[in-house]
Design a protein around this ligand. Sequence first.
Ligand code: FE2
Length: 231
Amino acid sequence: MDTVRSAFSTPILVRDIAESVDVNRRLEKIILDAEATIPGKKRSNIGSWDSQKDFFDWPHNEIATMKGWLVDAVREISLKATRQQFTPRAEDMLAHAWANVSRGDSYRKIHNHESCTWSGVYYVKSDLVKEKSVSSGNIEFLDPRMLCIQGELPNSSFGSRVRVIPRAGRLVVFPHWLLHYVNPVEDDSLRICVAFNVKIETRAVQRRAQSMRSLAGCGDSAVRKRTSDIN
Ligand SMILES: [Fe+2]
């Protein structure tokens, strides 16, 4: 009997947070106030404002609430990606995040995120007029099997792209290595989001990492300074 396995699948979690409306309203003000007073940081963003990667250290209850949503989503995608074998605890997660404010014509170049476990984005506000447009403001993920576009097979997923519409209250989580980009917004609408990286470090991983860091002359406290615990 033949067996056809679907190998090398890539998990992407998309979750709409139902109770996010009030939190988003306050996050919008917090982030726009920061945009007005703090110089932006240049990354893959073109024409938009990025904060420093210290967003999870900002002292607001709404950010703590958002962290809770993130922990739940990371636990869920980890469970799925390990065939129900592993659910990380909040104290196993190290993370950092940065806020982004985008208006018309801004976009984000193709990129992946730095080495960690999961990356993602949470949309605080999205006023896209052309939500049904095939491109405007959407985040698009590329097939990571880089060579598969060379062998065409009608109706297969080889070389395809996965497109996610930015919608307020939507949380998207994906592997840090997955290449993606954000299409230019085709109108003057405002989009506010928070991007993040999460590194899962169980005690066993922490012990191994600690020994490697000590070889490099880099103590644990120095590494942890770049992140903040999610709990
Ligand atoms: Fe990204």
